[in-house]
Design a protein around this ligand. Structure first.
Ligand code: KG4
Ligand code: ZN
Length: 394
């Protein structure tokens, strides 16, 4: 086992050109300038994302090394995201990682983006007080709950790299629903963080209540002063499995918005002047967030009951929502299970530090199974992935 490997990682899976240096599990730098250009289009434009990655990748790598005060010659291994993500964006990071690997004769690890989210809670702040994590003491089974813009999945881990997907969204991801519903309210792109922020500020003005019948489970949010009621369904509340669904919630939300406005608003419409009052927009953010998080809670409770995990690890952009974290924490507390999530929101949305952490864990726990080929300077088993289509999904 290599203890505390020094890793340089690159992630260009979507619209963040990110490079990070990690020693062991300590994040020395995590550079992630976001591409503002997509805001005016109301979503990520792949060709623009690729161009911006190409323009920035060299300087982002340099900055990550400089911030970490590390020379590339000192690096033990390079890691890069190989998917899932936008293929033409991923290619930019993969090309740069290969170049560095060959030029400096460093082993190269291909990392699945969702593996990055899965292990992101292991990242430690780089300070003298940071605690040393003893990986040998990690208890399993563990449930990973990944809630991002592209995925919503529940993973069962029986050891660090032995896992299976036990539940996933059957249609849209939770993050996409946050973005689309926020967009209907004219909250820009990505709307998820704004929906969360509005809901956080305004929740005290609403009462929240679950109404169950044999056929459906409804989230009923009522504005305490106006008395306005907002009903939204929890689509998969009654299914016995651990799958989720957010498309029905999105449709119900569009209908709800339309019932409050004169103009008809479509799900795909962007940056509209909704004609809604500010308080109605705030009410709707609370109502949407409530319904989205209730579904996640129901499925986590079910998974805990079924698999009796020792810990739950959260990862993905939506984990930046403080309500999501506190609601899921309550569930884990009731079952005496430890809930882990990244120490900063810079580690929940896409970033290269989580890719470096996944690589570090792989090296620290799996190295004997990775074949190092000194001729080409890479772990061959991993390297094979790099020449395939980067479309792996957990
Ligand atoms: O993990 P991520 O950066 O990208 C993917 O791998 O997909 O997740 C991005 C998603 C977006 O949908 C964004 O709106 C959502 O995470 N997000 C949030 C918050 N911050 C980011 N959703 C709700 N509340 C937030 N505070
Ligand atoms: Zn992601």
């Amino acid at each position: 086992m290599i203890k505390n490997p020094l890793i340089l990682a690159i992630d260009t899976s979507c619209d963040e050109t990110s490079c990070s240096i990690v020693r062991g599990l300590n994040v020395l730098s995590n550079v992630l300038p976001s591409q503002q250009i997509h805001k005016k289009h109301g979503g990520v434009v792949p060709s623009l994302a690729r161009l911006a990655h190409m323009q920035r990748i060299d300087s982002v790598v340099e900055e990550a090394l400089k911030k970490a005060r590390v020379k590339i010659s000192e690096i033990d291994a390079i890691a890069v995201t190989i998917g899932p993500g936008l293929a033409i964006a991923l290619e930019v990071g993969i090309k740069k990682a290969k170049e560095l690997s060959f030029e400096y004769n460093k082993p190269l690890l291909a990392i699945n983006h969702m593996q990055g989210h899965l292990y992101s809670s292991f990242a430690q702040r780089n300070s003298s007080k940071s605690t040393q994590v003893d990986l040998k003491k990690q208890k399993f089974p563990v449930l990973g709950f990944l809630i991002s813009g592209g995925h919503t999945e529940i993973i069962l881990l029986n050891s660090f790299f032995e896992y299976q997907k036990i539940g996933q969204t059957l249609d849209d991801s939770c993050g996409e629903a946050f973005d689309k519903c926020g967009r209907m309210l004219g909250l820009g792109y990505p709307a998820g963080p704004v929906v969360s922020e509005f809901a956080q500020k305004h929740r005290k003005n609403m009462t929240l209540e679950i109404r169950k019948s044999n056929l459906s489970t409804l989230c009923v949010s009522t504005n305490k002063s106006s008395g306005q009621v907002y009903e939204l369904p929890i689509p998969m509340a009654h299914s016995k499995d651990l799958n989720l669904s957010f498309s029905g919630l999105k449709t119900a939300f569009a209908q709800l918005v339309n019932s409050l406005t004169e103009e008809e608003i479509h799900i795909s419409q962007k940056l509209v002047d909704t004609g809604l009052k500010k308080t109605q927009i705030m009410d709707l953010c609370v109502a949407f967030e409530y319904a989205a998080i209730e579904q996640l809670k129901i499925k986590l409770e079910k998974a805990i009951l079924e698999y009796q995990p020792k810990e739950v690890w959260l990862g993905g952009g939506v984990v930046a929502s403080s309500r999501l974290r506190s609601e899921l924490r309550k569930i884990c507390l009731r079952s005496n299970i430890q809930l882990k999530y990244p120490y900063s929101t810079k580690l929940t949305t896409d970033n290269a530090a989580m890719i470096a952490i996944a690589a570090s864990l792989k090296i620290q726990t799996q190295l004997p199974t990775l074949k190092h080929n000194p001729k080409v300077g890479v772990f061959t088993k991993e390297y094979e992935f790099l020449d395939r289509q980067p479309s792996l999904s957990l």
